[in-house]
Design a protein around this ligand. Structure first.
Ligand code: SF4
Ligand code: SF4
Length: 67
């Protein structure tokens, strides 16, 4: 079965920069200007972790929830 992922966003650490939602290749994250991202399409996540790696504030974690 395909892997599934859970994206955890710690809003208290997020500075709403938009990098994560801009970089996500699968449009898993949606974000309005001045707001934290929200996970709108978790099933599309491919676990690339670009969002987590590029977040300047370490506000995102990506977990494997199903192998
Ligand atoms: S791990 Fe990759 S596909 Fe999943 S939300 Fe982050 S950037 Fe998007
Ligand atoms: S990259 Fe990090 S700090 Fe920037 S909007 Fe995304 S979660 Fe927030």
């Amino acid at each position: 079965m395909d892997k599934k992922y859970r994206i955890l966003i710690q809003e208290k650490n997020c500075k709403q920069c938009g990098i994560c939602s801009y970089l996500c290749p699968k449009e898993v994250l949606a974000q309005s200007v001045g707001e934290c991202p929200t996970v709108v399409n978790p099933g599309a996540c491919i676990g690339c972790r670009l969002c987590a790696m590029r977040c300047p504030d370490f506000a995102i974690e990506v977990e494997v929830v199903q192998e």
